[in-house]
Design a protein around this ligand. Structure first.
Ligand code: URA
Length: 250
């Protein structure tokens, strides 16, 4: 068998078959009827064991290092013409929480680092009271990796061009929970036109990973009234991750 795709399919079937053998062994050992294991999605495991061959246009199957090398080379959309640096994302790996914003601002474009400007520093203050930080358990990324001129919202085609990078990044970070901050991120990943106000407060899923939505820190800096709902959302994040509130009013 030479084709990598065939090998990947065989590996998936083998892993599923292994579960069936485990069911049979359990039935033998316990002398009880065992509910057959469900059909599982082994795609992340298969990507690790048998990654797809890489080319510049195929983030699918890339390792984190390969993806980090691909993004600065990207010319998929016109944002590459005006960027100073691409902003891949950064934080702890593995991360319990992956926060996804919309795109780099001027500080991020100048440094190549995610969420280092005013909004990013403010975002850090949401996380600290529940024991979360980019140094220990949080990874930060954006929907588009290049700054849109004048900080405008990224256009649909720009979001679409960047999505394969984001999708692969999510698979590689393997967070327990994703927090989407702002309407650009929630529209892009939840495939909806509903605003943050409608989406926040309940769980969604992106490719099987639980997702919560809250306002963008830049929006909260502009509108104090959003502080209270954001704190409710952060408490929901903490509860899901079994984290205890550290000192701040509950
Ligand atoms: N706003 C974002 O959405 N992302 C950043 O990295 C910085 C500001």
């Amino acid at each position: 068998m030479s084709n990598i795709q065939e090998k990947r399919e065989a590996l998936g079937q083998g892993l599923q078959q292994f579960l069936t053998y485990c069911d049979q062994a359990e039935a033998l050992i316990t002398s009880k009827e065992v509910t057959p294991s469900p059909q599982m999605d082994f795609s992340s495991l298969i990507d690790e064991i048998l990654p797809l061959p890489l080319d510049k246009d195929a983030p699918e199957g890339a390792t984190m290092k390969q993806l980090q090398r691909m993004v600065p080379e990207c010319t998929r959309c016109p944002l590459c013409e005006t960027r100073t640096h691409t902003v891949f994302g950064e934080g702890a790996l593995p991360a319990r929480l992956l926060i996804i914003g919309e795109g780099p601002g001027s500080n991020e474009d100048a440094t190549g680092r995610a969420f280092v400007g005013k909004a990013g520093q403010y975002l850090d203050t949401w996380l600290a009271p529940v024991g979360l930080s980019r140094k220990t358990n949080v990874y930060l990324a954006n929907i588009v990796k290049c700054r849109p001129p004048e900080n405008r919202n990224p256009h649909t085609d720009e979001v679409f061009s960047c999505l394969p990078f984001v999708k692969r990044q999510i698979q590689l970070v393997k967070p327990e929970l994703i927090l989407l901050v702002g309407g650009v991120a929630s529209k892009a990943l939840l495939n909806t036109d509903e605003g943050v106000g409608k989406l926040r407060g309940r769980f969604h899923r992106y490719e099987g990973v639980p997702v919560l939505v809250t306002y963008h820190p830049a929006a909260v800096l502009r509108n104090e009234e959003l502080k209270r709902p954001v704190w409710e959302d952060i408490k929901k994040v903490a509860a899901f991750l079994n984290l205890t509130l550290q000192g701040k009013s509950k």
